[in-house]
Design a protein around this ligand. Structure first.
Ligand code: AMP
Length: 221
């Protein structure tokens, strides 16, 4: 592990709905570690209607992984060697072994956080999920409703349901996670950098658990 704990390269893993995006954002804001979410990068391009966005939209809306060549290229443009040295949180990348090995060639990984939830819990959470169309903040119709109705509490943006939160896309995404992403988790487990937290707990407890396992916080357990 690096001398400065804030300069770690940290990966977040977890089933869809595990809260990995939310938790990555918490850690990012509190400790000033930049975060790069592959899903957010793709969604931004889709909303912008860029050529790249049009290319990836048909994969994302169907709950399919974007092909490795395309995905690696976009991540390489966003992830400089400087960022890897200074510390960064990656959320949603890598998603399969080919991507993990590609990443390793230019950005060595220090810690991997796995937020554990069951398929059943993932399905329950995804069914009510809402996302801010402007800043990407996550909400849930019953578990974490916005205090501002159908607007984002942070920026006032309109809350929407993600195009890939349809029942068929959700099923496909969970299947892909087990088939392609779980081997990546095992890969990091063997390397001895995997840190696990129970994602079924209350959101602040999950957050505290993550800070503890990453060695970012020693106060209050
Ligand atoms: P996420 O927000 O991480 O759930 O990602 C949403 C969607 O973006 C996924 O279902 C994929 O279609 C696509 N995506 C995100 N990250 C990757 C990746 N590393 N490789 C391929 N496709 C990805």
């Amino acid at each position: 592990m690096k001398q400065n704990r804030h300069s770690q390269v940290i990966l977040f893993f977890g089933l869809q709905g595990s809260g990995k995006g939310t938790q990555a954002a918490f850690i990012s804001r509190k400790f000033g570690i930049p975060t790069l979410s592959s899903g957010a990068v793709l969604r931004e391009e889709i909303v912008r209607g860029s050529k790249f966005g049009k290319l990836v939209a048909r994969f994302v809306t169907r709950g399919k992984l974007v092909p490795n060549g395309t995905m690696n290229k976009i991540i390489r443009t966003k992830l400089s060697a400087g960022l890897c040295r200074a510390g960064i949180i990656l959320d949603g990348y890598p998603r399969n072994l080919a991507q993990a090995k590609g990443l390793e060639s230019f950005c060595p990984v220090d810690s991997v956080v796995l937020i554990q939830i069951s398929d059943r819990e993932a399905l329950r959470r995804l069914r009510g999920r809402q996302i801010c169309s402007v800043c990407g903040e996550n909400y849930h119709a019953t578990e974490r409703p916005s205090k501002s109705g159908n607007l984002c509490e942070r920026c006032g943006g309109k809350l929407v349901i993600r195009a890939d939160d349809t029942p068929s896309a959700i099923r496909r995404r969970l299947h892909t996670y087990h088939k392609e992403t779980e081997p990546v988790i095992e890969y990091y487990r063997k390397k001895g950098v995997l840190l696990e937290v129970d994602g079924g707990q209350e959101i602040t407890l999950v957050n505290r658990g993550i800070e503890r396992i990453l060695g970012l916080s020693t106060a209050g357990g």
